[in-house]
Design a protein around this ligand. Structure first.
Ligand code: APR
Length: 179
């Protein structure tokens, strides 16, 4: 089941939370900073030992002081206008996060809106990519949480979830063409 939650991902008691990290994996601002603060200093030591992570890829550490057992650090693409492979990199980041969670037999996972903060990815386009991959992995998890920090983001995710991701409409439920 996919659910939209508004709030702080560090408080969620799920098996794995996903961190919107950078290639150095040494912490940062945004959700990266929040997760490191909540997990404690062992997270930085564990992240440092990973030796960085390429954009579009993900790596796993324990959650330490977090309620979540695992943190999956994913590096989303910096938005550069959309013609530098950003959608494919973002999609791969979600997919790799799910695959790492499955390797640990995680049954619940929560994602922030990767790349839509500092990295400037347009929110709706990012939500469509995210929901498309979430739908693909939905049968293999008990809970998939889209954890939105703002009410606007939560409304956007709810809308994308209800409307479906463009391109996966079946003819009968495709929106009426305008007048
Ligand atoms: N819980 C859930 N979501 C959060 C939280 C939180 N505690 N804090 C921020 N967010 C949301 C932001 O509102 C945004 O919607 O996470 C989303 C991703 O924003 P960023 O954290 O800025 O991540 P991103 O855009 O992927 O940029 C990554 O920012 O913090 C640095 O080290 C990080 O260099 C990397 C870059």
């Amino acid at each position: 089941m996919i659910e939209v939650v508004q709030g702080d991902i560090t408080a969620l008691a799920v098996d794995a939370i996903v961190n919107a990290a950078n290639t150095a994996l040494l912490g940062g601002g945004g959700v990266d900073g929040a997760i490191h603060r909540a997990a404690g200093p062992q997270l930085l030591a564990a992240s440092r030992a990973l030796g960085g992570c390429p954009t579009g890829e993900a790596k796993l550490t324990p959650g330490f002081r977090l309620p979540a057992r695992w943190v999956i650090h994913v590096v989303g693409p910096l938005w550069r206008g959309g013609r530098h492979g950003e959608p494919a990199l973002l999609e791969n980041g979600y997919r790799r996060s799910f695959e790492l969670a499955l390797e640990q037999e995680a049954r619940s996972i929560a994602f922030p809106a990767i790349s839509t903060g500092v990295y400037g990815y347009p929110k709706r386009q990012a939500a469509c990519v995210a929901v498309g991959v979430m739908r693909e992995y939905e049968p293999r998890f008990e809970r998939i949480v889209a954890c939105c920090f703002s009410a606007d983001d939560a409304r956007l995710y709810q809308e994308v979830l209800e409307r479906g991701v463009p391109g996966d409409e079946t003819p009968e439920d495709a929106p009426e063409s305008g007048p």
